[in-house]
Design a protein around this ligand. Structure first.
Ligand SMILES: [Zn+2]
Length: 213
């Protein structure tokens, strides 16, 4: 107990005195009725890109999945354990959410590593390398854009990867079916940590642009 990080305890006390005190009724109602969020956000684990902060969301509003580099693997029903796919299955078929947003972000360490030919595994199991290998083809493609700076290539792959994840979402049969009937909508976004800008994927063109005010 004593080695529990003091900063977390401080934050918790502040949460109880502030937000929880203000939203007590909402928390109690949600505890009774269960969660019914409309939107799932798939974001990176990066500590600077927290969806609840960026979208100013309260309890019960967002069903959030975070993983390294906000990737969605293809639908792969086999004997392995698929954490991301399990969350998608629950969000779509259990919670019946209406929107899935894949949100990439600037300065993503996972994406940077995918573009860095000198990056080495952090451990012998190399979970990160295997996880990021689903981006091998787009990373290879972007690496060839030598007219771009390294930073521009990284932004390009961060955004390309969002489109890749949306394509992979469509490989889940129930996602494709519900999207076809209009019951589920897939979205892409990219958050610039340094400026706070949010860029939205235009589904028709594949480009990202700033939302209108
Ligand atoms: Zn990231």
């Amino acid at each position: 107990m004593q080695d529990f990080p003091a900063s977390l305890l401080d934050g918790y006390r502040s949460f109880m005195a502030g937000r929880y005190a203000r939203e007590r009724t909402q928390y109690r109602e949600l505890a009774e009725s269960g969660q019914t969020p409309d939107t799932m956000i798939i974001a990176c684990c990066d500590s600077r890109s927290a969806p609840e902060s960026i979208f100013d969301a309260g309890p019960g509003e967002l069903f959030v999945l975070r993983n390294v580099a906000n990737l969605v693997p293809p639908f792969q029903p086999d004997a392995n354990q698929h954490g991301t796919s399990a969350a998608i299955e629950f969000a779509v078929n259990g919670l019946k959410i209406r929107n899935i947003v894949v949100m990439g972000h600037g300065r993503c360490g996972g994406i940077q590593a995918a573009l860095d030919p000198t990056s080495r595994p952090l451990a012998s199991g190399d979970f990160i390398g295997k996880w990021m290998s689903m981006l091998a083809a787009p990373a290879e493609q972007v690496s060839q854009y030598t007219a771009l700076t390294a930073k521009e290539r990284q932004t390009a792959l961060e955004r390309l990867s969002v489109r890749n994840s949306i394509a992979n979402l469509r490989s889940f049969p129930y996602v494709a079916e519900l999207e076809a009937t209009g019951e589920l909508t897939l979205h892409g976004a990219w958050f610039d940590i340094s400026s706070g800008e949010l860029w939205i994927l235009d589904k028709a063109s594949g480009d990202f642009s700033r939302p209108e005010d």
